[in-house]
Design a protein around this ligand. Structure first.
Ligand code: FAD
Length: 516
């Protein structure tokens, strides 16, 4: 007989890990099934060679694009999921993101719930994930009921200068919300040493508010919570009526295992959650589980993003660079009526990472010149919303793995955002290259393999013909199946997705506590 649990959760990232944390105090028997293992704590965590050049923590998975070309997706199979590598920039969506919003290439649809419905869960998420920030500083943010638990992380001198210059130029920079375990008033109590290795690197000292540190480990302290690692869920079977998931089928150490749960939650990340449901096709669900509407896997989004490096005349000796955000162009710019997105800083670039990310451009550059270039680099991340297009979708390839069909949208908005950044940099005098004496930027649009912000493949909604999940993230077509990761997003907005996934996991968790 398969072992039975009250709740089986597939995946331990922002969605699954936070859900387990919410349910743990109930005393109900909870099983976490995680495809990966614990991410090893080793010196390589903080070494750009292994991390950025060799891709040491990127899964060995092979996915295919619409033309059948194989690529290695930037996904991370570990306890804590993608949050083990994330930059912990924990933004709320804007209230307008929950409403219908018109873009140059089409409409970003309304959510079945409003910003006000989400607000209490955003607050709980910010307190659970120890977010540093300053509500009230960003003119575009929605109402908030409680200040962040920690004051904003202080800017280092070069970034403070940038903030001052922006303000003098009439811009409205604000302190970016950061999920790190830092106590600047009493450094001795900090786990965080305020290093440069936050964005895109695992934290060796567990000072980043990732799902393993904040949610999974504390949940496992409850005797009613069990986790199996290296346990890949391969399919979900239903009972004869097709209304309930009866068996969770797992591949662990080459063996097939089965588990049962009163409630089954899929939180494997947007692409893999769709994959699991599509692979679970059966007599009652011939197109895949919960897929009578043919919506599972569709509406895949991952942001229209650009990484931009500006080389300034003065050196930039910042270590923790991610303290500044700018939403002045979130809903438009000057004569341009369409929303265009968010500007924030990314982790400080270094010579090794530049080589990894731009192998062609940097191939002939001597090491000293790359190091010098990196020293003068000021690094930005530009995010424009991409639209939930039905033909942008996850399907199953011939090998049973993910096939990702994706065409970008809102490219004009993304280009406009880049244009606004260049204007701003001219304004604040950062655009002069220290050697060339003229404007110099390196910029890179993020390719389909850079699926860090993947979302939307099982969207929630009131209409079962156009959505997979109801407002509680329960599958319309099943009584005990939930999806609680970024899959549920009907649109993605133009800020980083993790806080919304975390807030939603707490929201659904509280619903499940009532149901249980
Ligand atoms: C480099 C990087 C930087 C980022 N920076 C930010 C940031 O600064 N701010 C932000 O908001 N977001 C950021 N993100 C995105 C953020 O990490 C994700 O949006 C978030 O983690 C998504 O949560 P999730 O629960 O949907 O999926 P995940 O966190 O990826 O969790 C999915 C889990 O499911 C497991 N799994 C997959 N398939 C199976 C299976 N078949 N069986 C069992 N388990 C399975 C995976 O191993 C994983 O643990 C970043 C991501 C990356 C990669």
């Amino acid at each position: 007989m398969p072992e039975h649990f009250d709740v089986v959760i597939v995946g331990t990232g922002a969605g699954g890990g936070t859900l387990a944390h919410t349910l743990a105090p109930s005393g109900k028997r909870i099983l976490l099934l995680e495809r990966g293992d614990y991410l090893p704590r080793e010196m390589e965590n903080w070494d750009p060679g292994p991390v950025s050049v060799d891709g040491r923590y990127i899964s060995a998975d092979t996915w295919h694009d619409a033309d059948g070309r194989a690529f290695q997706p930037q996904v991370h199979y570990f306890v804590g999921g993608a949050t083990k590598l994330y930059g912990a920039a924990l933004y709320r969506l804007r209230p307008q993101d929950f409403d219908e919003l018109k873009h140059v290439d089409g409409v970003s649809p309304a959510w079945p719930l409003s910003y006000d419905d989400f607000e209490p869960y955003y607050t709980k998420a910010e307190w659970l994930y120890q977010v540093h920030g300053e509500h009230g500083a960003d003119p575009t943010e929605g109402a908030w009921s409680k200040q962040y638990p920690w004051p904003a992380v202080s800017h280092e001198p070069r970034i403070q200068q940038l903030v001052d210059d922006m303000r003098a130029g009439g811009y409205h920079p604000f302190p970016a919300p950061c999920g790190i375990l830092l106590d600047e008033a009493e450094r001795a109590r900090s786990t965080c040493i305020r290093c440069t290795w936050c964005d895109g690197y695992p934290c060796l000292v567990h000072a980043k508010s990732d799902a393993e540190t904040i949610a999974v480990r504390p949940a496992l302290a409850s005797p009613n919570v069990t986790m199996l690692v290296n346990a890949e869920v391969v399919r979900l079977d239903t009972d004869a009526s097709g209304r309930s998931v009866s068996t969770v089928v797992v591949s662990r150490a080459g063996n097939r295992e089965e588990y049962t749960g009163d409630i089954v939650v899929v939180a494997a990340g947007a692409a893999n959650s769709a994959r699991i449901l599509l692979r679970s096709a059966g007599d009652r669900h011939p197109k895949g589980l919960a897929n009578g509407s043919d919506q599972v896997g569709r509406n895949y989004m991952f942001h229209n993003s650009k990484a931009v490096v500006a080389l300034s005349k003065e050196p930039n000796d910042t270590t923790f660079q991610k303290t500044l955000g700018l939403n002045d162009f979130y809903l438009g710019a000057g004569d341009y009526d369409w929303p265009i997105g968010n500007i924030q800083m990314v982790g400080k670039s270094n010579a090794e990472a530049m080589k990894g990310e731009e192998p062609k451009l940097t191939k002939l550059a001597p090491k000293w010149s790359l190091a010098e270039t990196a020293r003068h680099a000021v690094d930005f991340w530009l995010t424009t919303e991409d639209l939930p297009l039905p033909d942008n979708r996850v399907t199953l390839g011939a090998d049973g793995n993910v096939k990702l069909t994706y065409t970008s949208s809102n490219d004009e908005e993304a280009d406009r955002l880049y244009h606004e950044l260049k204007k701003l940099l001219n304004h604040v005098g950062i655009a002069q290259h220290h050697v060339l004496g003229k404007n110099f930027y390196m910029h890179m649009s993020i390719p389909v393999a850079g699926c860090a912000h993947q979302a939307g493949t099982c969207r929630f909604g009131d209409d079962p013909t156009t959505s997979v999940l109801d407002a509680n993230c329960k599958a319309h077509e099943l009584d005990n199946l939930y999806v609680v990761d970024t899959s549920f997003f009907p649109s993605i907005g133009a800020v980083n997705p993790a806080l919304t996934a975390i807030a939603n996991a707490i929201r659904v968790g509280e619903h499940l506590l009532e149901r249980l």
